[in-house]
Structure formats: structure tokens, C-alpha cells
Design a protein around this ligand. Structure first.
Ligand SMILES: C[S@@+](CC[C@H](N)C(=O)[O-])C[C@H]1O[C@@H](n2cnc3c(N)ncnc32)[C@H](O)[C@@H]1O
Length: 250
């Protein structure tokens, strides 16, 4: 298996990655200088173009972001970034929401509690690996449902009759509690979030990239699920956390 942890600026380090070689990226960039992560900033447009170059045809990029509020207005950076990804050739496959039921951010007095981040799913062409997670219990298991007929009234079913199974696919709003992992990094995302995207958009033996690796959550879940991984992180302090975390990972 390929297991690469690179200390450096992802804009420069991604230039060394072969084009069309990455099956899946799961990442969360620093957003709106909300946290300064030891003072590092990043060139969004340059990085988005590099992501397009290194992604395989049919590969997917999961971009987890939120917006800061500046002088009473949300910045809208997440939307601008999503539109830019489309401009450079990505398909916006889905706009998903990470809802944090246990979120402790009460925000300002004149807004509702801010309890979510976007999870934009971009793909280079049609995604080549889709394994939607079916873990929602159905209410009518075993019931035979009639398939849908064509509008023309033709004989052939567009969807054949089917029997309702025990589970159906979940919706695109994922409830995942924020974990206070306290591994020394200020913005760790939950392991379940990374793992469920890895399972949804890649298969065993694929290569998963995280250009903003932080404490290495995506890398840890890629390893656990038999994927190759490449992680890039600019801060030596966080590289040390990744190495420690992955050395205990089976
Ligand atoms: C939101 S955090 C990622 C957290 C990660 N998802 C986790 O679970 O630990 C963003 C990370 O990007 C890193 N970073 C910022 N600019 C960078 C750059 N140009 N190249 C590589 N890493 C960068 C920061 O040091 C920070 O650790």
C-alpha cells in the first residue's frame, strides 16, 4: 500500500503528484481565517486547479467548508469556491450538509445557532465509484411496490416492481456529533465523516488524498479501509500528530 505523509505547502507538493492519479480527495481547508493554524494561508484557486489536474477521470473531491460572519454578514466563501470548482471543469455532484447535533457554537444573539458545514461533492465527469450507504430502516419492509410506467403509456416499466428492503439509503444531510478528540489540533473532523465518504466514493486499493491533512483523520480512515493515501500538511506540529496517530493505527 502507498502511505505518504508530506510536510509542505499543498500547492507546491501537489505539483509533484502525477496527473489523473487520485481517486478521491476528502479534505477540509482552513476557511475565512477563522482559525489561523500557526499562521498559514492558502491560494484557493491554485489549489483547486491542482486538484482538478491530479484527480482521475471519474474521481471525486469532498470539500468540507463553512462561512465566517464578518461585520454582520456571512462571507459566502463556500459558495464562491463551489462555483469556482465548476468553472474549472468539476461537476457539482451533490451539495451535502454535515449537521452537528451537539454543536456548542451559539453564534450571535440575532441568528439561530449555527450547527452545520457544507460537504460539496465534486466529480471529474461522472463519479466512477458510488457505494451509497444504506443504513436507514424502512417502514414497509417486504412490501411489493409497483414500478413506474413510462409517460408515453408504453408497456415497458422504466423501474421494475420491487420489494422494499430492510434498509434504504440515507439522505444527504448527515448528523454526526463533533468529537472533542483533543489530539492537539484545533479543527479535527469526525472519523465517521471521513470514513463514510471514503466508503461512498472509493473502493479498496484506490488512492485517497488530503491536501490539508491536519491531524490526519482522512489518512487514518483510508488506511483502516485498505485505501492508499497521500496527506500534505504545512505545519510540522501537526505532522508530528499525524505520525503519532497513524503509528498506532492497524
Ligand atoms: C481544517 S484543518 C484540517 C483538519 C483535518 N481535517 C483533521 O481532521 O485533522 C486545515 C489544515 O490545513 C493546514 N494548511 C493550511 N494551509 C496549508 C497549505 N497551504 N498546505 C498544506 N496544509 C495547509 C493547516 O495547518 C491545518 O492543519
Amino acid at each position: 500500500m502507498k502511505e505518504e505523509i508530506i510536510h509542505g505547502d499543498c500547492l507546491i507538493e501537489m505539483q509533484k503528484i502525477e496527473e489523473n492519479s487520485i481517486d478521491l480527495t476528502v479534505t477540509s481547508p482552513p476557511y475565512d481565517n477563522l482559525r489561523t493554524y500557526n499562521g498559514y494561508t492558502f491560494d484557493f484557486e491554485g489549489i483547486a486547479k491542482e486538484l482538478y489536474r491530479v484527480t482521475k477521470q471519474g474521481g471525486v473531491v469532498v470539500w468540507v467548508v463553512g462561512d465566517a460572519t464578518v461585520k454582520g454578514s456571512e462571507t459566502g466563501t463556500s459558495f464562491k469556491q463551489a462555483l469556482y470548482f465548476k468553472e474549472i471543469g468539476f461537476n457539482l455532484h451533490d451539495t451535502m450538509i454535515w449537521h452537528k447535533p451537539n454543536c456548542f457554537n451559539f453564534g450571535s444573539n440575532n441568528c439561530y445557532r449555527n450547527s452545520f458545514e457544507y460537504m460539496f461533492i465534486f466529480s471529474k465527469g461522472t463519479p466512477k465509484s458510488i457505494n451509497l450507504i444504506k443504513d436507514v430502516r424502512t417502514k414497509s419492509e417486504g412490501k411489493l411496490l409497483k414500478g413506474a410506467r413510462k409517460h408515453s403509456g408504453g408497456e415497458r416499466d422504466t423501474v421494475p416492481d420491487f420489494t422494499v428492503g430492510e434498509y434504504k439509503k440515507r439522505d444527504n444531510v448527515w448528523d454526526i456529533n463533533v468529537k472533542s478528540e483533543n489530539n492537539g489540533h484545533p479543527a479535527v473532523f469526525p472519523e465517521k465523516l471521513a470514513e463514510d465518504h471514503i466508503l461512498s466514493w472509493s473502493k479498496e486499493g484506490d488512492t485517497v488524498l488530503d491536501p490539508f491533512a491536519g491531524s490526519g483523520t482522512t489518512l487514518k480512515m483510508a488506511k483502516k479501509n485498505n485505501r492508499n493515501y497521500i496527506g500534505i500538511e504545512i505545519s510540522q506540529e501537526y505532522i508530528d500528530i499525524i505520525n503519532k496517530r497513524l503509528s498506532t493505527q492497524k
